[in-house]
Design a protein around this ligand. Structure first.
Ligand code: SF4
Length: 63
């Protein structure tokens, strides 16, 4: 992580993630792993951030 505790190379709006910086909309991790839950991904929605971890907002719908 950089001095500001965010990685400006990874923009992210998944505010329910424990690694998201809500104020600025960046990921706090040095790197992330992107994967897929499909056998033949053909659209954006087929991809997943596999580094996601639910934050402590107490709900899967926080954000
Ligand atoms: S780990 Fe993935 S979902 Fe979580 S803030 Fe980083 S890029 Fe977003």
């Amino acid at each position: 992580m950089n001095d500001n505790n965010i990685n400006k190379s990874i923009h992210c709006s998944v505010y329910s993630c424990a690694y998201n910086n809500r104020e600025q909309g960046y990921c706090k991790l040095d790197s992330i792993k992107v994967g897929t839950h499909e056998s033949n991904p053909t659209e954006k929605k087929c991809t997943d951030c596999e580094s996601f971890m639910l934050g402590n907002c107490g709900s899967s719908t926080c954000g």
